[in-house]
Each structure stands twice: as C-alpha cells, then as structure tokens.
Design a protein around this ligand. Structure first.
Ligand SMILES: [Fe+2]
Length: 146
C-alpha cells in the first residue's frame, strides 16, 4: 500500500486532470486563427489523452485504498491549475497548455518521489505520463516558433 502522502500527491493529479480536461475543451471550442484546423485537432487529442490518464490515476488510487476526488467542486478546491480565461489568442492558449503541462509534469515527478518505490506499478504509470507530457510540451513549443 502507498503512504497517505503519496495518495494526496496522486489525488492532486486527479484534480488537475479534471480541470485540464474542461480547459482543453474550452480551447478546442474557442480557438481562432489560421492555426485553427491544426490546433483544434491537437486539443482534441490532448483532452482525449488527459481523460484516459485521469482514469488511470484515479483507479490506481482505488486499488491502493485511496479515495480519488470525483466532483468538480473538489477539483476546483484541490487543483494547482487555473481554469481557462476567455479571450485568449491561439498562441496564448498554447502557452497556457504548455505552462499547465509543465506544472503537472513537475508534480508528477514529485509524486514519484513521495512514492519512494512503495509501488513501482503506480510509479511506472506516472513516469509514462510525465514522459508523454514532456513530448507534448516540445511539440506545442515548436508550434509557437514562427
Ligand atoms: Fe470537438
């Protein structure tokens, strides 16, 4: 079983993914500009991935006698991210996703430290997510370069 400290760290990511799922939809719907077609599709890919990983982390918690948060109210109280702002340009939306992914990745790596090898299967899931997020950050950054 994993420690309470590790459970809190995992639940933090459940809340972050819950908020990010809605935020990525917001940008997917409201993005404007010449990059619309590319970014609209990319944002759909990202919210689909986030939704899968959100479920992976929550179910890992349940397998370890944890209680993943499961209401929007809890997510807004527990997230370290901010909800989407309106009126952002396409570049600002991409910058916002990069910044959120950096935050999630940092906390993911901290959660692995909290786990202290108590459960390598959970660590493996978190590491896979951190690796994928790193790749997505790289691709999103490349879209900002003119
Ligand atoms: Fe859509």
């Amino acid at each position: 079983m994993i420690s309470n400290h590790a459970k809190t760290a995992l639940n933090q990511q459940v809340a972050n993914y819950g908020v990010l799922f809605v935020k990525l939809h917001n940008y997917h719907w409201y993005i404007k500009g010449p990059e619309f077609l590319t970014l609209h599709v990319k944002l759909e890919e990202l919210y689909t991935w986030v939704s899968e990983q959100y479920d992976v982390v929550a179910e890992r918690l349940l397998m370890n006698n944890g209680n993943p948060s499961a209401t929007m109210k809890e997510y807004l109280e527990q997230t370290t991210l901010e909800e989407a702002k309106s009126g952002l340009s396409a570049d600002q939306m991409v910058e916002s996703v990069i910044s959120d992914f950096q935050q999630v990745r940092k906390e993911m790596l901290e959660a692995i430290e909290h786990l202290e090898a108590q459960d390598v299967t959970v660590e493996d899931d978190l590491l896979a997510q951190a690796k994928e997020i790193e790749k997505q950050i790289w691709m999103l950054r490349a879209t900002l370069k003119k």
